[in-house]
Design a protein around this ligand. Structure first.
Ligand SMILES: Cc1cc2nc3c(=O)[nH]c(=O)nc-3n(C[C@H](O)[C@H](O)[C@H](O)COP(=O)(O)O)c2cc1C
Length: 223
């Protein structure tokens, strides 16, 4: 089974998103999955022009010349696709959104409806599962509302939302054990998903626990 992550953080390998992805994929590997992570910041991804050449002129092939063919191939080869982004202005980053827009050559110009939701049908009928990963700088859950709504369209089998995300990159020795314990839970989630096809409610509840109280976090930020 192939788990493939696409990290939409402009900070790439040095991002908090990447710490979560790395732990998650390590867990999947422990269960025997093949894994890969693409740092979208390392690739040239131009904006979709909305020309629909990929549907009507050259089906499946985009008119733009950039690094997308490699990413599309990786996306298509995945059994489990993990979309990851920090919250930027209550939303996913432009980098991830751009990438998602450029997946349009994988759709066909055929409208389908499911429970009142309209979308274009997938050109390939290979079933894939989706994991949404996001972290944000503030405490609270409301920062994830837009990302949650956006990813609900792909019916994710797992959502990992980490608030107080600045902790994930902290070198503070008092904070590191909390982060390491959190990442162990994320690793466990990756393991369970690859081993059994689902993540237990216990592991999901552990991952959702706060890392610090709000006053402690605000003190940590020093802002
Ligand atoms: C342009 C910009 C916009 C941001 N907007 C939000 C926001 O709306 N809500 C929030 O909680 N954090 C926001 N943040 C903070 C990031 O989500 C936070 O620093 C996160 O940990 C970065 O993750 P990364 O290291 O994976 O890129 C923003 C940061 C930047 C640079």
């Amino acid at each position: 089974m192939q788990f493939t992550a696409f990290n939409g953080s402009p900070a790439g390998r040095n991002s908090a998103s990447n710490r979560i992805i790395t732990a998650f994929l390590q867990g999947a590997e422990r269960a025997g999955a093949q894994t890969a992570c693409y740092q979208l910041a390392d690739y040239q991804i131009r904006q979709c022009q909305g020309c629909f050449a990929c549907w009507f002129k050259t089906p499946g092939r985009c008119a733009l010349a950039d690094d997308m063919p490699e990413l599309l191939q990786a996306y298509q080869a995945a059994d489990v696709v993990c979309f990851a982004s920090p919250v930027y202005s209550w939303n996913m980053t432009g980098l991830l959104k751009n990438f998602v827009d450029r997946l349009v050559p994988l759709k066909s110009p055929q409208v389908q409806e499911e429970a009142g939701n309209f979308d274009m049908a997938d050109a390939q009928l290979r079933p894939q599962r989706f994991v949404a990963i996001a972290n944000c700088g503030f405490p609270g859950e409301n920062n994830f509302a837009i990302i949650k709504a956006a990813f609900s369209c792909c019916n994710p089998c797992l959502e990992i939302y980490r608030n107080c995300g600045r902790l994930l990159k902290s070198a503070n020795p008092a904070v590191q054990p909390l982060v390491e314990a959190y990442l162990r839970r994320v690793e466990q989630a990756g393991f369970e998903l690859a081993a059994t096809g689902a993540v237990s409610p216990e592991t999901q509840a552990e991952m959702a626990k706060p890392l610090l109280s709000v006053p402690e976090y605000l003190k940590f930020l020093g802002m």
